[in-house]
Design a protein around this ligand. Structure first.
Ligand code: NAP
Length: 272
């Protein structure tokens, strides 16, 4: 159940990937703070479920659904022009939509690679610039991007997930620095594992040891949204996430990659 905890009319928030997992938890967290929402994904049925959940409480904010396939290279322009046409000034942008393309799919199908680049690079960049520019004109706004600790190392499970998430981190840091004086904040969330359908939906194996350390989407969302409103440059949620991030940086380098790869695939094969 969602109820307003702040009464005043607030900026509208646009959240991509709000039909499940972390994006859904972020939408609910921001709704609790009294902001109207535009929730985006390509799954209308799930977006309607999230909208109904949020609107089921008294004095809940308004939730608008925008069905959009973010693999389309022109998706960001379409989203921006939808907001312009409906005269909705977006003051909060959360780029949460993401996929995990496994190495098998990447090696088989160039279309998978194009999709992940369009989703993680093209859509995120264009949305940041389109909405960021109008936030700068209004001299207020918050942007949150979702990267991953996979940005820190060569992951044998996927060859494009980590690099595209690294791009998101680099872009966010650049925008954070460049737009600092404009009252528009840009924050990057770099989570470790989160308990969502992400791995199952993308057929990714997660070792049992790591599975036990997964954060709930609600906890991760809360930490990310608080950091966004504080205007932090970057946040890695949870003690295990922070530990994983430091540990991964320490152990992964080109010379250790063959060993990491061997270990990963032998654990994966044993579990299947
Ligand atoms: N789970 C983790 O352990 C973990 C760790 C680090 C970072 N992350 C990041 O967290 C973010 C959210 O992931 P999650 O764990 O919450 O997984 P999830 O439940 O699978 O959510 C993924 C979201 O992205 C949306 N999406 C995917 N492809 C799309 C497309 N072509 N067009 C529009 N929307 C699309 C999905 O919408 P549809 O239902 O319409 O497909 C869904 O709302 C991702 O960016 C992921 O990389 C996750």
């Amino acid at each position: 159940m969602i109820g307003n905890i702040e009464a005043a009319k607030k900026e509208t928030a646009l959240i991509t990937g709000a039909s499940s997992g972390l994006g859904e938890a972020m939408a609910k967290n921001i709704a609790l703070r009294g902001h109207d929402l535009i929730i985006v994904s390509e799954n209308r049925k799930e977006l309607e479920r999230v909208k109904n959940d949020i609107e089921s409480s008294d004095s809940a904010p308004a939730v608008m659904i925008l069905e959009m396939d973010l693999f389309r290279p022109d998706a960001a322009e379409k989203i921006f022009s939808f907001c312009e046409k409906n005269r909705i000034p977006v003051g909060i942008l959360v780029n949460c939509a993401g996929i995990f393309p496994t190495i098998d799919r990447e090696m088989r199908d160039l279309g998978t690679i194009e999709n992940v680049i369009n989703l993680h690079v093209m859509a995120v960049t264009k949305l940041c610039f389109l909405f960021g520019r109008s936030m700068i004109e209004r001299r207020r706004g918050h942007i949150l991007t979702v990267s991953s600790i996979a940005a820190e190392f060569p992951d044998p499970a996927s060859l494009t997930y980590g690099p595209t998430k690294r791009y998101i981190l680099s872009l966010s840091e650049a925008l954070h620095c460049e737009w600092k004086g404009s009252n528009v904040t840009v924050t990057c969330l770099t989570p470790g594992g989160i308990k969502t359908n992400f791995f199952k939906a993308n057929s990714v194996y997660i070792p049992a040891l790591i599975r036990r350390t997964l954060l709930s989407p609600e906890t991760c969302a809360g930490i990310g949204i608080n950091a966004m409103f504080r205007g932090a440059a970057r946040v890695t949620p949870g003690i295990f996430g922070k530990f994983q991030s430091i540990f991964i940086k320490m152990i992964s380098r080109p010379s250790t990659y063959p060993l990491i790869k061997k270990l990963y695939f032998s654990m994966k094969n044993r579990s299947s």
